[in-house]
Design a protein around this ligand. Sequence first.
Ligand SMILES: [Fe+2]
Length: 288
Amino acid sequence: MINAQDVRALEPPAGAAADWTIPQAWNGYTREDHAMWDRLFARQAAMLEGRAVPAFLRGLDVLRLSKPGIPDFEELSERLGALTGWRVVAVPGLVPDDVFFRHLANRTFVAGRFIRGPEQIDYLQEPDVFHDVFGHVPLLSDPVFADYMQAYGQGGLRSLAFNALERLARLYWYTVEFGLIRDGAGLKLYGAGIVSSFGESHFALEDASPNRIGFDLARVMRTRYRIDDFQETYFVIDSFESLLRQTLETDFGPLYQALDGLPDIATDALLETDRVVHRGTHARKARP
Ligand SMILES: [Fe+2]
């Protein structure tokens, strides 16, 4: 679901190019594979109507992701490229951080090409093509979010010198994967980990259990996250413009230094300084 902090291998696996990309091999998908995409698509499209940020729904539309079957990355990249200059390429699995950041900095989104089986319809550990393409790609058609993703990749490359990967991974986690956005008086979903998950699409927005608090860059970078269950805290951005602006205007070097030595914040904690949108009941206990 996120860039691979644990991938230590430096060499791409056999069959992959030097930049870790592989052919999508679209012709290799079976009828069952395409049917699984269609099933997941229908369920999420219905769930997200009125819940996802309008730019996401627009992205589904302009990229014609509702077309039956798993999208062909070349065709998808042509449409996406014409809008924002991004393209989608296949990789064999998680890739090292520097490879991931370099692709983002070059406006290339790396996606898994396999699709989950029926037994994993609601939970899988490695991102599949549904998570990566349905979850991430629609917002890459939004010019501001597209710039944010590139800025994140550039920041990632710079962070390698600061030993600050964990902090930067938290920013990705709480925005690109699990972000909420203000929409008038209410909230909407935009994080790929949420919009590609049936259960979390509802939970993140409507359940009383998790905290929902205003986005604060330094606060996010100190906050631990859960990889094994729904989040206990979601951060709410005001707009993609403000997220992009903060990312571009912050000098991350001094910020990393300022955060050094400060304790991490627990996944369910609230601080006095938080702009609380919703104080979570934490009634839902995490998966053991
Ligand atoms: Fe993801």
